[in-house]
Design a protein around this ligand. Sequence first.
Ligand code: GLV
Length: 336
Amino acid sequence: MTNKNLKKILVLDELCPPYDQIKVLESGILLVKEPGVLEVDQLISRVKQDPLIKGIICSLTQKINEKVFQELPQIEVISNIAVGLNNIDLEAAKKYGVRIAHTPKVLSDATADLAWALLLGGSRRLAEGDRLARSGEWKGWAVNQLLGPSLGFTENIDQNLGQKRLGIIGLGQIGQAIARRAQGFNLDVCYYNRTRYVELEQSYSWGFMDLDELLMQSDYIILAVALAPETYHLLNRTRLNLMKPNAYLVNVGRGPLLDEEALIDCLESGHLSGAALDVYEYEPNIPERLRALSQVTLSPHLGSATFETRQAMSRLVIESAESIIQGKEPCGYFAI
Ligand code: GLV
């Protein structure tokens, strides 16, 4: 006998324990699992087979285009295990009246921590040091071994050294968390963002700059902006060339925010001193030329990868999809 009131949420990919265990939620909604990301046509035929599926939980690698909304009128909500929504056609979601949930806020601190780990670990050449230490080739302490730039100076170690500047591109929740963490480093912090936050500027002494000026005047740059059609290749070749000689770049946003080939050229020519990247233009493919550069630290898209954060994200995606399907007050964060 089938339960006509039964509703289901299709979970593509894994959720974090203990949320991977739940089969029937307290609301009576059933979570059904697929082992991973599907091609759009596979997704459509999978969902069509089961008219009880009313919601989809997916990760940022699952493409959701207009065809999905067009072909699957049974879907009421899509819940994305990410803050970024560039994998989903939001205009089409709006057109077909499908709610889109995501997971901002809960991942801001973890992502800001990783941005700093990349900035510190990358500029101080930790990955290179790790490779040397493991190689069996290390001959011991040496004055000129694996030097990197100093971040900031609380003692005046040399009167010719000025304060360094960190430029943050994107002052959303993640950008703000990154900027707040700069306080202990005696850095001058400036940002570029579509919206200005004058109160934050005053409270924390953060400066606003337009994008080109920020690129020309920062020693370290962290990209933490959302990928949308208007931010695709925000750092194109011309803009990358505006960066100060020897500047250091960190990207924890999305790969296509910058022209990866132009970045590689800037690194190969020595114009930039290095880069630390968590995201790539064609994930999971990382160009051979980029992998060959020792002054680049590469991390495999780990921004939100802490136990606590991934648990919170898993809880949120379920709760928000459930609230919509139950017809309750929406709970969680919705882009649409
Ligand atoms: C991760 O990259 C996210 O958008 O949450």
